[in-house]
Design a protein around this ligand. Structure first.
Ligand SMILES: Cc1cc2nc3c(=O)[nH]c(=O)nc-3n(C[C@H](O)[C@H](O)[C@H](O)COP(=O)(O)O)c2cc1C
Length: 248
């Protein structure tokens, strides 16, 4: 069984889509191929991978309640390619968005459903994930957590000769459990969808989110975007900054 994973985020590195794609691959098994879709130069390479594949999994961000335009362009080409070559793949989708409700991905899922109907492909369902940016940050925090544990262990060996600094391990376990908890909804639906991909069956449309209360999410999101805005030219992403005058 061959499954092609397509990362539809335009970001070169650290995209939330790459994180969810990594998790879904863990739970899928069989032969898997991962492709990045960023520019039209990627189209022919990805289309060739679709020959002989059983399933394709799109992992992509929600843009303005829909599909990013560069992915739409690819889908237009894919529609013609699948018709010409008589491909009947199962299509799955993992969409993530910045706001907290995963259900905001519903219009995107419907677009995929219609795309499959037009292309002669089998719409097999997807997972819509809210709070994608924040979930992506949890993986970075996990790596930082491991780094701190390693540092504490090194200091403990130097100072006391002990390879097992108890307090550091307890703190690591607590933090790791918390980060795991935030991701539980995502993990559950990905394990579930992995079973369906393996069996080639319909997994339904499922929506989940980072498992924190909305009011906590809003506070952290506000702090995050104020900091990002300051780095990117002033408050509100530079909206208040003076713009150079453009002659038309
Ligand atoms: C142009 C643009 C439009 C976006 N539109 C939405 C939106 O309509 N709703 C939403 O919740 N998030 C929206 N977002 C946020 C992204 O969906 C979010 O940052 C996502 O986690 C990015 O995924 P990636 O890291 O895989 O690219 C938008 C982001 C951009 C850059």
């Amino acid at each position: 069984m061959k499954t092609v994973f397509i990362n539809g985020s335009p970001k070169k590195r650290f995209s939330a889509s790459a994180y969810f794609l990594f998790l879904q691959r863990l739970f899928t098994g069989g032969q898997t191929v991962t492709e990045k879709l960023r520019t039209p130069a990627d189209h022919s390479r990805i289309l060739e991978q679709l020959r002989g594949a059983d399933a394709v999994v799109f992992c992509l961000p929600l843009y303005v309640d829909g599909i990013p335009s560069h992915v739409l362009r690819f889908m237009e080409e894919m529609e013609a390619f699948c018709r010409q070559n008589g491909l009947h793949l199962n299509v799955y989708c993992i969409a993530n968005n910045g706001f907290i409700e995963g259900r905001q991905n519903e219009p995107l899922m419907q677009i995929f459903e219609h795309f499959c109907a037009r292309s002669g492909l089998t719409w097999s369902g997807g997972v819509g994930i809210g709070g994608g940016v924040m979930l992506n940050v949890t993986r970075i925090l996990f790596v930082v957590n491991i780094g701190l544990l390693a540092l504490n262990t090194l200091l403990s060996v130097i100072n006391t000769g002990s390879f097992f600094p108890q307090e550091a391990w307890i703190s690591f376990a607590e933090n790791a459990a918390l980060l795991l908890y935030f991701n539980l909804g995502v993990l559950y639906y990905m394990i579930r969808m992995g079973c369906h991909i393996r069996k080639g069956t319909f997994s339904g449309k499922k929506y989940t989110r980072i498992l924190i209360p909305s009011f906590v999410f809003i506070i952290f999101a506000d702090i995050f975007f104020i900091i990002i805005s300051l780095f990117e030219g002033g408050l509100f992403r530079g909206w208040l900054a003076k713009k150079p005058y453009e002659k038309i």
